[in-house]
Design a protein around this ligand. Structure first.
Ligand code: G3D
Ligand code: MG
Length: 208
């Protein structure tokens, strides 16, 4: 995390999960409040900024989305390096995508320690009738690994705002509590030059 001289707290958040679970759709829904299936298949963001006020504090979330490379090969640590929070997305109709979340939790805990705020999102809740991932199992798993669990639909705009805003709240809470005994300094506060981040803007596009 960094803090600008103006007092804005900058947090890096990464979206992770198997291809096609709806990561880009969740981000576009949150930032632009839209859901466009065709747009998803051709254009993808590298990261998007979102400015928020939480408890009188100014925050900027830099939310990183993959450029779709998870569909072809593994994402390297360079993608999630220096993250403060991660949203692990699975598709409630796809058990393999939930198994992938378990792998991500192991990798992130190994590489980044326990100070990372972890959120797990079971997306495509509008397809409830096609659900294959057991609801209770997913919630129990999240609890066991210290993550919060949400059900979302990028398509119907269910639970999306709550997911991101709760993550922002948790980031602020953890920062105010200070580093835990397990902190090894990787999440320390750094003061940087004030650089205005564009609000709700896409900072890079990718064409497949
Ligand atoms: P990704 O970024 O994780 O790869 P995308 O996933 O956001 O590109 O979404 C993959 C597909 O799932 C897209 O469909 C998208 O429209 C669909 N999708 C995303 N979120 C939801 C949701 O909440 N409900 C439903 N029903 N579908 C969703 P296509 O057909 O374009 O591949
Ligand atoms: Mg995507």
């Amino acid at each position: 995390m960094t803090v600008n001289p103006s007092g804005t707290l900058n947090f890096k958040v990464v979206l992770l999960g198997e291809g096609c679970v709806g990561k880009t759709s969740l981000l576009v829904r949150y930032i632009e409040d839209k859901f466009t299936e065709r747009h998803m298949s051709t254009l993808q963001a590298t990261f998007m900024n979102k400015r928020l006020n939480i408890n009188g504090k100014r925050l900027n979330l830099s939310i990183w989305d993959t450029a779709g490379q998870e569909k072809f090969h593994a994402l390297g640590p360079i993608y999630y390096r220096n993250s403060n929070g991660a949203i692990l997305v699975y598709d409630i109709t796809d058990e393999d995508s939930f198994a992938k979340v378990r792998n991500w939790v192991k990798e992130l805990k190994k590489m980044l320690g326990n100070n990372l705020v972890l959120m797990i999102a079971g997306n495509k809740i509008d397809l409830e009738r096609e659900r294959t991932v057991d609801m209770q199992e997913a919630e129990d798993y999240a609890k066991a690994v210290g993550a919060r669990h949400y059900f979302t639909s990028a398509k119907h705009n269910i639970g999306v705002e709550e997911l991101f805003v709760d993550l922002a709240r948790e980031l602020v809470d953890r920062m105010e509590q200070g580093p835990s005994s397990e902190d090894d300094g990787r999440n320390r506060v750094i003061v940087v030059d004030d650089e205005p981040a564009p609000q709700s803007s896409c900072c890079g596009t990718f064409r497949r």
